[in-house]
Write a protein that binds this ligand. Sequence first.
Ligand SMILES: Nc1ncnc2c1ncn2[C@@H]1O[C@H](COP(=O)(O)OP(=O)(O)OP(=O)(O)O)[C@@H](O)[C@H]1O
Ligand SMILES: [Mg+2]
Length: 242
Amino acid sequence: MNEYVISARGLSRHHGSGPALVRAVDGVGLDVAAGETVGIVGPSGCGKSTLLHLLGGLDRPDAGEIRLAGRRIDRLTETAAARMRRDRVGFVFQAFHLVDELTAVENVELPALLAGASRRTARRRAAHLLERVGLSGRAGHLPGALSGGQRQRVAVARALVNDPPLLLADEPTGNLDSAAAADVLRLFAALRAEGRTLVVVTHDSRIAGTADRLITMRDGAFVDETVLTGRSGGLGSLSGLA
Ligand SMILES: Nc1ncnc2c1ncn2[C@@H]1O[C@H](COP(=O)(O)OP(=O)(O)OP(=O)(O)O)[C@@H](O)[C@H]1O
Ligand SMILES: [Mg+2]
């Protein structure tokens, strides 16, 4: 059995060919232990989002292996990958990606309903999570009537509704002013404190304060790693660390 929540080896994802070839992710390896928060930083275009999409099964690698809780996820059929994402991975994106026509509580409960929860159970979980992110008073609001920070907190609640073992976030504070970003950062710090496993891509140096480990990417590769606490899993053996 693999002890890591997520484990990647020799992971590559290239786009285009010939002179237009882009090595978006180029032979990286990563082990994330249960309860660990890993921050991924690096300049624009270095491959952070591509890596996150691979780890969450939104995209497939050209080479390498990915295991989620010990199970290979890099060669699933599209249907199996969709089910895996729904049940086992929570995603938070820079642009929130809420459904504009649904209220906050309906957005949060949607993945639970899709996973087969009863209406009552889904609603109860969604209401509880909205309370958790400080938005119980906004449950009936449409996203358009919420601030950016509130929308992102709804997105975090939605990412948690199926209680996934892994939470992935891509620039979760990228569209927020600094007060709203601080709220979202506090939320991530609380998730870390409760033992969630998180991989967060960010330009925000304050994320460093909430991570156990920071990995720097450049040109598709890992070029630096800073361990900030004692609970880290470590880079994989094929990380290609410069
Ligand atoms: N579908 C695609 N086709 C061609 N090239 C792509 C595609 N997706 C990404 N790329 C390229 O792959 C590289 C990595 O992109 P990626 O989006 O992962 O970077 P990033 O580190 O997330 O950047 P940012 O900080 O700006 O979000 C970039 O050079 C990008 O142009
Ligand atoms: Mg990106």
